[in-house]
Design a protein around this ligand. Structure first.
Ligand code: SF4
Length: 369
């Protein structure tokens, strides 16, 4: 394991003590200071930069555990469902949206998740015709705290045997030990966020190199896990073409493209309030270099021709590697950008959803793996 993350203290929010996950986590950190606290936003907040990434909070979460990805109405979105397992992340990517998205500090783990999974299973069973593509990697990294929570061997249990659902665990780590030990593998996709080696080393602080990620991905593929990849956010930098070409060369070295269900691409985008946070927390970053325009959804993006050129270049490399264009999609882009960059477009969010649902049917329900 290569993640340079050190947890220094544990806070237990009132109510969390009664869950088995709480006990399991504490057993792993018996030498750390532990404090039971009220549910509170700023009290016990230890970090000058507001993120407090070296504290772990165990929480009895009272909100909704399964929610549709907020996406955006203005662009074509994929119709993903988010399984809310916790918030914030021990990695420290300069572009991370979570820096602006959540105003609550610390690495937050919802220790009552296990008790809610049956309930979520009933939601899936109530709509047998609908395919639920569910992911845990939107508000945290799916595996960065897996050695603490053991989620990878617990959560997939509720998906097992449900032909209308898959669970995608998205990560930038090489923490796959839990997955490799787990007997709960049915309908699980493990996916990696990839980038050019330059962006990985300069902007994805505390994350392993792309080579380490892909070695971990290969181990999962050898154990029959289906894989996904996400080139998101794509960031232009000096020699960006060479950087992304190297990333795809490494995919070619380690991964069998036939067992990859999907690969997404998304150019960097950010809500305007994130800019000052990035400048303050990552003064040496180059991700804000160049010109950005305000998109239809209020997020700052590269100009359309720049996005099209970037997607087209990387899509050509991916298609050359895979031998076909199946499963390659864009995250939050317009019909025009799809057409000009990939040569086709699903047209609407509903059709992109249907396209990805079909990938699930082909790979899982028709038992390609
Ligand atoms: S891995 Fe994802 S969630 Fe974690 S800091 Fe990076 S962008 Fe944010």
């Amino acid at each position: 394991m290569t993640l340079g993350v050190e947890i220094k203290r544990i806070f237990i929010e009132k109510g969390a003590e009664k869950y088995p996950m709480h006990k399991r986590v504490l057993e792993k950190f018996s030498d750390l200071p532990i404090k039971v606290i009220k549910q509170d936003i700023t009290e016990h907040h230890n970090c000058s930069d507001g993120m407090d990434k070296d504290s772990l909070r165990l929480i009895d979460f009272q909100g909704e555990f399964l929610k549709p990805c907020p996406g955006t109405n203005e662009y074509i979105c994929c119709g993903y469902q988010i399984l809310h397992t916790g918030t914030n992340c021990p990695l420290n990517c300069s572009y991370c949206i979570l820096q602006a998205y959540f105003n609550k500090p610390s690495l937050r783990i919802f220790v009552n998740l296990e008790q809610k999974l049956m309930q979520i299973g009933r939601i899936l069973d109530s709509q047998p015709e609908k395919i639920f593509r569910i992911g845990t990697g939107e508000f945290t990294d799916s595996l960065a705290l897996d050695h603490v929570t053991e989620s990878s061997s617990i959560i997939p249990g509720f998906i097992k045997g449900r032909r209308n659902a898959v669970l995608e665990l998205k990560t930038k780590t090489d923490y796959v030990q839990g997955l490799l030990k787990s007997s709960q593998r049915d309908r699980v996709i493990v996916s990696w966020s990839l980038n050019s080696p330059h962006i990985v080393s300069k902007e994805e602080h505390k994350a392993p190199s792309i080579e380490k990620r892909l070695k971990a991905a290969r181990k999962c593929q050898e154990e029959d896990y289906l894989l996904g990849f996400h080139f998101d956010p794509l960031i232009r930098h000096a020699n960006w073409q060479e950087g992304y070409r190297r990333a795809i060369d490494m995919l070619d070295k380690y991964i069998d493209p036939k067992k990859v269900i999907w690969i997404s691409m998304g150019c960097i985008r950010y809500i305007p309030s994130l800019k000052s946070i990035i400048r303050r927390r990552h003064p040496n970053t180059h991700i804000l270099d160049g010109e950005f325009v305000n998109g239809m959804d209020g997020k700052m993006r590269y100009f359309k021709p720049i996005r099209i050129e970037t997607y087209r270049f990387i899509n050509d490399l991916i298609v050359e590697w895979k031998g076909d264009k199946g499963g390659v999609y864009l995250c939050m882009e317009s019909d025009e950008v799809w057409q000009k960059a990939l040569g086709w477009s699903p047209g609407t969010s509903k059709d992109l959803s249907e396209y990805l649902d079909n990938r699930v049917r082909i790979f899982f329900n028709n038992k390609m793996v």
